[in-house]
Design a protein around this ligand. Sequence first.
Ligand SMILES: NC(=O)c1ccc[n+]([C@@H]2O[C@H](COP(=O)([O-])OP(=O)(O)OC[C@H]3O[C@@H](n4cnc5c(N)ncnc54)[C@H](O)[C@@H]3O)[C@@H](O)[C@H]2O)c1
Length: 276
Amino acid sequence: MSFSLCCKTALVTGAGRGIGRTIAGKLAAAGAKVMVNDLDEAALCETEENLRKSGYKVDHATGDLTDPATPDKLVQATLETFGSVDIIVNNAGYSWDGVIQKTTDEQFLAMLEIHLMTPFRILRAASSYIRETSKAETAAGKRVMRKVVNITSIAGTDGNPGQVGYSSGKAGVIGLTKTLAKEWGRYNVNVNAVGFGLINTRLTQPLTSGEAHMEMHDHEIKLGVQPAMLESVKHACPLGRLGTPEEAAGAVLFFCSPLSDYVTGEVLICGGGFHF
Ligand SMILES: NC(=O)c1ccc[n+]([C@@H]2O[C@H](COP(=O)([O-])OP(=O)(O)OC[C@H]3O[C@@H](n4cnc5c(N)ncnc54)[C@H](O)[C@@H]3O)[C@@H](O)[C@H]2O)c1
């Protein structure tokens, strides 16, 4: 590998499964100490155990990020455990779909809460540490780059019928990304977003299988996409298939690495060339 992340601490949300779990693994393999979060404790502990078995430095902090107190606790836990926070990947997310006439206020707000409000709260919680540490480094004549990667979607950049809340949250986080890139450039923080197309995870299982669901806000939420959409990807996607979590995490790793030290405020689409 042409770079190392040793001496760096990374915080990855939604790391209990799917893309977040794979991102955590790639960061750890590159040498970073990793704090993983998810609301699903069993899945999260499995992620942690797998990484520990490989000899990586990892800890976990279970918590629902849409509880307003969780983002702050998570950042504090990272600082207390590892003494720094250098890479933040705002990955946790889920879809609660519906066309506009069937979308309730609660449903719409839930999508803004996890995809926009949560990254905002986590980054605000980390801002004191980042500003103070960067000022001290600059005073000592050192330039240390830190990294924020927010996860968005082609639903946010292109729009997608049936995802009015999800698309709005994923579009909103691009505004957060671009603004923070401007506010935090002076602190040597690269703030970028990766927008996925269709990646093979729990979120993209065919809806007919009826197995993927999650309990949120006292609702049993079905996860997945219409089988017709999955079929259409074979023709409409230049690469002719869904992406793998490995491929998705590769794009995120680029933004966490020194390879992207002079890239900020950008959105990288990792979707095999597919657009809605
Ligand atoms: N899979 C895709 O095709 C695709 C496409 C575009 C964007 N994305 C985005 O990529 C990210 C990862 O999705 P994935 O496909 O790996 O899904 P996934 O369901 O496999 O994993 C997401 C994880 O986030 C966790 N999570 C959800 N809400 C949480 C909360 N409130 N607090 C803490 N953890 C929470 C879940 O428990 C789950 O373990 C999400 O932001 C998703 O919107 C995925």
